[in-house]
Design a protein. Structure first.
Length: 435
């Protein structure tokens, strides 16, 4: 079941990433690497950051163990959905009202004119967050039922919507194109909601929307785990956001170089590490709930060995052919050979950290399954603190490449701290004992 689930997730992610690269190819060709691409990436970065930390990572890590232990599952899930969805709608309205201030906060290096251009895009893009929370909520329930296909393949819908937006608007002014892209983000979110509603109906899970009262104890336990998981899952994403913020002080195009390089880096990370962790987590959570630690360790051993091989190979190929990869994917239209050279160097800096980030994702599942979200959060915050220090030290001599390498160094620290809490005894059992 594990291999089948990993393959399903990987296949869906691969389809989505191929479409994502087509999207980025068109974006690079039509917008290039300039102020217009920068303001769209900044506008999309904020909801994307919250999506990865708040909706996908933290919610799933806290919800599945709590849902597994809940006595009245329908009551528990319905009230959690209603509370968080209402909060996100409120947050989106606040961002709309104060879009200029929010934009200034996330891109301090932008001048007033650039902030004025970016603010409306920030307001539009943020509504993607409540949409994707609805998707994530239904996806968590489907994962508990060991159904992964809908979520894995639905991510392609966002890329299809953005590709359509680019093709429709390609002959317009560059600033107008950024608005088409922003509304394309919302269209992609709505499509993902639709396909998940169909899957939830098929698996007879529609009762989650009954909004009945339930025991406060279960709700409190979830939120305790959720707040810890929100911090614990944030390190890599806050790190990427920090890169964007600091890069706004560098030469024009630096934000775009980091974005395109990170997109390539995210392919093997998502294809192998994230696909594995999504499939593995419900199985480990159920094994821990049933007090079957040996089964949980056996699943982790199998997954981590496969992951080490795949990520090592991906790292080697990516570093050796970094320039060729960027040239093949992006160098056309407004994206020049100089842009390729700059982006390829940053890609190499990111790829050095591929293995530690991937393995940290797997080993952190052990902590989340034991509902030690605050311990995982403490580890993540330590790694993030190191990342901030490294970024400040490396940005002046090495520019955007220094920011990427600072992120990589924090990935190694994240892995070491996670393995320390996983325990030397468990590590020895995992690789040197028969389970």
């Amino acid at each position: 079941m594990l291999i089948k689930s990993i393959f399903t997730n990987s296949s869906g992610i691969l389809v989505s990433r191929i479409l994502g690269f087509i999207r980025d190819l068109l974006t690079a060709s039509i917008l290039g690497a300039n102020i217009y691409s920068d303001i769209f990436f900044v506008a999309f970065k904020l909801p994307n950051l919250f999506r990865r930390i708040f909706a996908e990572g933290a919610f799933t890590q806290a919800f599945i163990p709590s849902y597994a232990k809940a006595k009245y599952k329908i009551r528990f899930s319905s009230i959690i959905f209603l509370q968080l969805f209402a909060f996100l709608i409120f947050l989106s309205l606040v961002v709309t009202l104060f879009s200029s201030l929010i934009t200034k906060a996330i891109a301090l290096g932008f001048d007033e004119q650039t902030i004025e251009l970016a603010a409306p895009l920030v307001a539009i893009n943020f509504y993607y967050l409540p949409l994707i929370f609805v998707v994530t909520f239904m996806a968590a329930l489907l994962q508990y039922k060991h159904h992964f296909a809908t979520t894995a393949f639905s991510t392609a819908l966002l890329n299809l919507a953005l590709i359509a937006a680019l093709l429709i608007s390609k002959d317009l002014e560059k600033y107008e194109i950024t608005f088409y892209l922003s509304y394309g983000v919302l269209a992609g979110g709505l499509l993902q909601v639709l396909v998940h509603l169909l899957a939830v109906k098929k698996y007879n899970l529609c009762k989650i929307f009954t909004f009945r009262k339930h025991k406060k104890k279960e709700e409190n336990r979830f939120y305790k785990s959720f707040f810890g998981a929100t911090l614990g899952s944030s390190t890599a994403h806050i790190s990427a956001f920090l890169d964007t913020w600091l890069a706004s002080f560098l030469v024009s195009g630096s934000i775009s170089y980091l974005y395109y390089a990170n997109r390539v880096f995210q392919l093997p990370l998502a294809l192998f590490a994230i696909a594995t962790s999504v499939a593995l987590f419900p199985m480990i959570a159920k094994a821990i709930k049933n007090k079957d630690a040996n089964r949980a360790l056996k699943l982790m051993k199998k997954s981590s060995i496969i992951l080490i091989g795949l990520l090592s190979l991906a790292t080697l190929i990516g570093i050796v052919f970094d320039n060729e990869i960027i040239w093949l994917l992006f160098e056309r239209g407004a994206f020049t050979s100089s842009d390729t050279t700059n982006t390829a160097l940053i890609l190499t800096m990111y790829l050095i950290g591929l293995l530690p980030y991937g393995l940290a994702k797997i080993f952190s599942l052990w902590l989340y399954s034991h509902e030690k979200q605050f311990l995982a959060a403490k580890i993540s915050m330590k790694a993030l603190a190191f990342n901030i220090v490294f970024s400040l030290l490396l940005i002046k001599p090495y520019g955007a490449a220094g920011l990427a390498f600072a992120s990589t160094l924090s990935g190694f620290i994240l892995l070491l701290l996670t393995l320390k809490e996983f325990g030397l005894k468990n590590l020895k059992t995992l690789y040197f004992s028969k389970i």
